[in-house]
Design a binder for this molecule. Structure first.
Ligand SMILES: [Fe+2]
Length: 175
């Protein structure tokens, strides 16, 4: 007779669905959302208490601003639009973790998703995306949560199908 060990969770902490639930709930709380200072010249950030040790942010987006292409390494996450409307461009492929500088994406890996006020999306580890406020006039505000807290963000430039790793940001760069 063999004894099969009980399955263990590879990584404890909130699931992507739980992070999304937090983001949607927080995005629906006007007291929190309206506490973010908005700047017409650039994005603004405010740290939030995320659930279960997650990293969470409230972010303000003037019209025409965006993140640029990036990933979140080993963190899963979620975000929700609290004001205005955001657009997400994402890739369906997982990028190699190390050892490359530039690669050519296949033709069918791009996705676009509209996130009007009150909607959100969760994502798994290694998610690659850019988030934009394409409105010509309306400021947007969103809630973001990540678990584990972001160890790094890899930033990419995009030229058609060519994706190039530009630099790696560490927590010290955004705190
Ligand atoms: Fe992101």
């Amino acid at each position: 007779m063999s004894v099969v060990p009980a399955p263990t969770r590879v990584s404890a902490g909130p699931t992507a669905a739980e992070l999304l639930s937090f983001a949607l709930r927080t995005a629906a709380d006007p007291e929190i959302v309206d506490s973010l200072p908005l700047d017409p010249e650039g994005r603004t950030w405010m740290r939030l208490d995320g659930p279960g040790g997650s990293e969470a942010w409230l972010i303000g987006w003037p019209p025409g601003t965006g993140t640029g292409w990036h990933d979140h390494a080993e963190s899963r996450g979620a975000f929700a639009t609290a004001r205005g409307r955001l657009t997400e461009h994402s890739l369906t492929v997982r990028l190699p973790a190390e050892g490359w500088r530039s690669l050519v994406l296949a033709a069918d890996v791009d996705r676009e998703r509209a996130l009007p006020e009150g909607t959100g999306r969760a994502f798994a580890e290694h998610h690659v995306h850019e988030v934009l406020n394409e409105s010509p006039a309306e400021h947007a505000v969103s809630v973001h949560a990540y678990y584990p807290p972001l160890p790094l963000i890899r930033r990419f430039s995009r030229n058609g199908p060519a994706l190039t790793l530009e630099h790696v940001e560490r927590p010290a760069d955004w705190q």
